[in-house]
Design a protein around this ligand. Structure first.
Ligand SMILES: [Ca+2]
Length: 356
């Protein structure tokens, strides 16, 4: 049973593995294909000058397709993932960044209702606190992935959205860079998310999620607010579960059967008061805090050793990346960064980590 739980509660991380057989190349030459994209971009209202500049000398980038085709899944237990990723260095860096950017984070929190520590935690996980947001040229990356037949429909739409971002003047083509999969800037937004959620918070007229910390923080907060984060509550908390309840969980609170992977690894939602009656307690054995009472939709994520009661705000974090290891890393990093004392000397650097 424990092993089974470890597998179903495990998380997916991307690792490079052996290269599978390469699919045959698309029959249509790249230049001819790009001509079709150009024509469609014009009909979508993107200016010719923008397209000319973006597509000048454009060629597919073989490493992007190779990388995209060599993803492999590795299942780690939730406990192990959290132990490996929430290091003291990462927690201390999050705390230091929160102090450094306190003024703008306060303004962001006032406008969007998302706490500073949550914004900083997402920033930390997405781009190592802005230190690594990807160096791949986005138009070339997206054009390559759109040309490759595997997921061409999705990436073709993202390519049009990237052209719209250039057309709006938010960033120059040479500076539009990101991950090998097309995620942009420090929040690692796909172009479609950029168009919907990116913010100009420093007021210079551009949504610059590559260089402007105010724009980066406001964009992350705006995304979470749009996905349902409410200022009134917290994400949830780590809890203890009595052994007798663990055995009865499948009947008392079965796993959800719908939604993305992370949601199918958590129980159906119950009121916090119900969990309290079932014997769930805060870590340390105290009753669930009064501030949590009244939460109607609290789901249990039950790991091998650690258990978490998650509230509606947690579901907004999952909209960023629907993996419980990610959502809990963000949530726990946020909590721990508040408790981390100021460093005596200089701050340390966190581990480099990328997602997309
Ligand atoms: Ca700006």
């Amino acid at each position: 049973m424990l092993q089974f739980r470890a597998v179903i509660l495990g998380i997916v991380v991307l690792l490079q593995q052996q290269i599978p057989p390469v699919a045959p190349l698309p029959p249509q030459p790249f230049d001819e294909w790009l001509g079709g994209v150009r024509a469609e971009a014009l009909t979508r209202g993107i200016r010719e000058a923008t397209i000319d500049q973006a597509f000048a000398g454009l060629e597919p980038l073989p490493i992007v397709v190779e990388r995209d085709r060599t993803q492999a899944e590795l299942v780690l237990t939730l406990d192990r993932y959290l132990r490996q990723h929430l290091t003291k260095k990462v927690i201390d860096t999050a705390a230091a960044m929160r102090r450094t950017h306190a003024d703008v984070l306060t303004k962001v929190q006032e406008k969007y209702g998302v706490p500073a520590e949550i914004v900083i935690a997402i920033w930390g996980l997405e781009s190592n606190f802005g230190r690594f947001s990807g160096v791949r040229p986005t138009i070339q990356t997206l054009a390559t992935l759109a040309y490759d037949p595997r997921r061409s429909t999705m990436f073709r739409e993202e390519l049009f959205d990237a052209l719209k971002i250039l057309d709006n003047g938010d960033v120059e083509p040479a500076k539009m860079r990101g991950s090998w999969a097309g995620a942009l800037g420090q929040p690692q937004f796909m172009p479609s998310s950029f168009l919907l959620y990116a913010q100009d918070f420093d007021g210079d007229g551009k949504r610059d999620i590559w260089h402007s910390a105010p724009d980066v923080f406001a964009s992350i907060a705006n995304f979470l607010a749009a996905k349902g984060w409410t200022a009134a509550g917290r994400w949830g908390r780590e809890v203890t579960v009595p052994g007798s309840l663990l055995a009865r969980l499948p009947e008392v609170a079965p796993l959800q059967t719908e939604g993305c992977l992370a949601k199918r690894q958590m129980s159906v939602p119950l009121p916090v008061e119900t969990w309290q009656k079932l014997g769930i307690r805060a870590v340390g054995g105290a009753a669930l805090p009064a501030a949590d009472h009244g939460v109607e939709a609290a789901s249990l994520i039950s790991g091998v050793k650690r258990h978490f009661l998650v509230y509606p705000n947690y579901r907004a974090v999952l909209e960023y990346n629907c993996v419980n290891a990610y959502g809990l890393s963000v949530s726990l990093l946020a909590d721990r960064s508040i408790k981390s004392p100021p460093p005596k000397k200089s701050t340390t650097h966190a581990n480099t980590k990328t997602h997309r």
